[in-house]
Design a protein around this ligand. Structure first.
Ligand code: NAI
Ligand code: MG
Length: 481
């Protein structure tokens, strides 16, 4: 791919930053700079928001739903046609193993396909009212949507946010993460090629504190969608409050995997280790705590140990289970948790191994199983965002539920038991946005409403549920006698 000094896209035109500044694009596998992107800031955000506002009343605003859907179907097809290049770029930019990158690109295409099919089915309501009145509830687009997305799944987050926004007739300004913007640049090019009109999708690359802050504070933005840390989520929600605009926040998690004595050990252990090492543990919904019933501690933890020891870490091209983490800061953050666990006397139960492709300049971390971890310890409470799994024990169902709900987060939970009544009892008592019974993550499941409670955020993305976030109702009351 050519260099990206002109990675800002406003009203159908690629531009550099007004300041002429750029940011280095590094590969987490070796720390090498392989490209540059424009460092956009407030001036570019101002123009991008103005372009998005103008486009709302242009052709996009007058297209029928099925016409928007056709453009999105074309984009979906283009993404699949470019899957190899996009996956290589995503793997290089984020460090994820190439097959995981390929899966992400396929899910990006699926988002556009899914929401294309919904674009002509955004239905309103007719409400029976008093005699002589006709009441209709229309669903209208929010308007200009400001999207701020993170670096862990850049391409699929592009689909997850922009898919429902375009399907419902909104226009967009996207600020991708400074650590991984390349696939978003590529996807924006494809969107233009697919026929998304100028101004409907604008892209401003740059830093969170500059471009991101300018976008979230902009009075011309009607709706904000943010995925990232809980800390920045607070900043975004504060900015949204200042302008009285709604926001969807998808923040972190400390999701529990609850393993009861009557579970299928083999399936549970393999899935739990796969999930925490996928994307090097940098997944908001990663199951990072495994709650094991005391009566099966020894055999189940033995199984977890052997699975964790089998995990190999290497460069994206080696296509192993686990790649590097995104940057030096993240590597030091994860290492800090491991160092403090050591100081606190928490035992390392097992670690994965480094492949020869994991060179010394890459941001590699050995996947680690630790335990038993007290429920109050930071390993049991805080989001690590790395391939680190904490084992916690419980005696009975009531205690498992209390521990599972006993953090500030509430995103996802896994329940492993063959007892059907217990499956549903526990699922109903968990304060989270998704519960998986005898599976976890369902391969991303773009059809499935997703989001958190507590410090994991609010609002729902994915599935048809997201369409409600990207629209607002207008009730029209007509008196006709
Ligand atoms: P972050 O929350 O700072 O970055 C996410 C996005 O927010 C990026 O696009 C960034 O440019 C933008 N941003 C940062 N500061 C901003 C501001 N003041 N105003 C507007 N936008 C801003 O995440 P970071 O620093 O990269 O990672 C730190 C920790 O956050 C991770 O260790 C992890 O625990 C958590 N995280 C969680 C994610 C999730 O999917 N839930 C994704 C990324 C990070
Ligand atoms: Mg940050």
């Amino acid at each position: 791919m050519h260099t990206c000094e002109q990675s800002i896209f406003i009203e159908g035109v690629w531009e550099p930053a007004l300041s002429g500044s750029t940011l280095a694009v590094k590969s987490p596998a070796d720390g090498e700079t392989f490209n540059v992107i424009s460092k956009g800031a407030k001036p570019e955000v101002d123009r991008a928001v103005a372009a998005a506002r103008k486009a709302l009343s242009g052709t996009w605003g007058t297209l029928a739903g099925f016409e928007r859907g056709r453009v999105m179907c074309k984009l979906s097809a283009l993404i699949l046609e470019n899957c190899v290049e996009l996956a290589e770029l995503e793997a290089r930019d984020t460090g994820k193993p190439i097959s995981q990158a390929r899966t992400d690109i396929q899910s990006t295409a699926r988002y556009f396909e899914f929401y294309a099919g919904a674009a002509d089915k955004i239905l309103g309501d007719v409400i029976p009212f008093l005699d002589g009145y006709q009441v209709m509830v229309h669903r209208e687009p929010r308007g200009v949507c400001g999207m701020i997305i993170p670096w862990n799944y850049p391409a699929s987050m592009f689909g997850r946010t922009i898919g429902p926004a375009l399907a419902t007739g909104n226009t967009v300004v996207l600020k991708p993460a400074e650590d991984a913007s390349m696939s978003c640049i590529y996807l924006t090019k494809l969107a233009h090629e697919a026929g998304v009109p100028p101004g409907v999708l604008n892209l401003v690359t740059g830093l969170g504190e500059e471009a991101g802050a300018a976008l979230s504070q902009h009075p011309g933005v009607d709706f904000l969608s943010f995925t990232g840390s809980s800390e920045v989520g607070t900043i975004i929600q504060t900015a949204a409050a200042m302008n009285h605009v709604p926001c969807v926040l998808e923040l972190g998690g400390k999701s529990p995997q609850i393993v009861f004595a009557d579970s299928d050990f083999e399936r549970a252990a393999q899935t739990i280790v796969n999930v925490i090492t996928q994307n090097a543990g940098q997944t908001c919904s990663a199951g990072s705590r495994v709650l094991v019933q005391q009566s099966i501690y020894d055999p189940f933890v033995e199984l977890l140990k052997s699975k964790m020891s089998n995990v190999r870490v290497g460069a994206p091209s080696a296509d192993l289970q686990c790649g590097p983490v995104i940057n030096k800061t993240q590597q030091l953050k994860v290492q800090g948790f491991l160092d403090r666990a050591h100081t606190d006397g928490i035992e390392v139960l097992a670690q994965g191994s480094m492949d020869e492709s994991a060179g010394p300049t890459g941001y590699f971390v050995r996947p680690t199983l630790l335990g038993p971890v007290p429920t109050t310890h930071e390993l049991a409470q805080q989001e690590i965002f790395g391939p680190v799994l904490a084992v916690i024990t419980f005696e009975d169902e009531a205690e498992a539920i209390a521990i599972a709900n006993g953090t500030n987060y509430g995103l996802v939970a896994g329940v492993w038991t063959e007892n059907g009544a217990r499956q549903m009892r526990v699922a109903k008592k968990l304060r989270v946005g998704q519960v998986f019974i005898n599976n976890y993550g369902a391969g991303g499941g773009i059809e499935l409403p997703f989001g958190g409670v507590k410090r994991s955020g609010h609002g729902r993305e994915k599935g048809l549920e997201a369409l409600k976030e990207y629209t607002v109702t207008k009730t029209i009351v007509q008196k006709h006698d």
